[in-house]
Design a protein. Structure first.
Length: 170
């Protein structure tokens, strides 16, 4: 898919793992800093700022490129992050990130629109996501509604404050 500003969206591959790792590592600390205490970031960032190989290669995770550089990534799955089990009626937005140097330039919205088009063609009519506090206004602008605050378990004794959100596609 090509956007007017030469933004290209494509399915991610194993070859993208290092670039997505770098994107997460450089952008999450800057993007999340205004909305999270340093004590949360120091424990959570090493765990959430890593590309997940199974997600990257699942076929429904995408990268946004401009001039050959990955400046955004994100996708969806039928598998929820907590259950690991597919839900035929619900899809979940997964690990959406935009390079902090190009926020508010349509990268994330292009990725979401692309993902939602794929979701609709898969016959899914309901989407959920676990948003960072930072991204809530973005998801609201994309038609998602807040369900409530949640804590996402990252490993024993470490959780990440997030916001459960949902959207109907009907």
């Amino acid at each position: 898919m090509k956007a007017p500003d030469t933004l290209t969206v494509r399915a991610s591959t194993r070859a993208d793992i290092a670039a997505i790792d770098a994107l997460l590592a450089r952008s999450y600390p800057i993007l999340l800093k205004p909305d999270y205490a340093p004590s949360v970031l120091v424990t959570a960032l090493p765990l959430i700022s890593r590309a997940q190989p199974a997600l990257i290669t699942c076929g429904t995770y995408y990268v946004a490129e401009r001039e050959g550089l990955i400046i955004g990534a994100g996708g969806w799955t039928k598998t929820g992050p907590d259950s690991g089990r597919p839900n035929s009626n619900t899809g979940q937005i997964r690990h959406l990130i935009t390079d902090h140097r190009v926020t508010r330039q349509g990268v994330a919205s292009t990725l979401i629109r692309y993902a939602l088009a794929q979701v609709r063609s898969a016959g899914i009519h309901h989407m959920v996501c676990q948003s960072t506090r930072t991204a809530v206004p973005f998801y609201e602008a994309m038609g998602f509604k807040v369900r409530g605050a949640i804590d996402v378990p990252l490993r024993p004794g470490i959780s990440f404050p997030a916001v459960a959100m949902e959207r109907s596609l009907k």
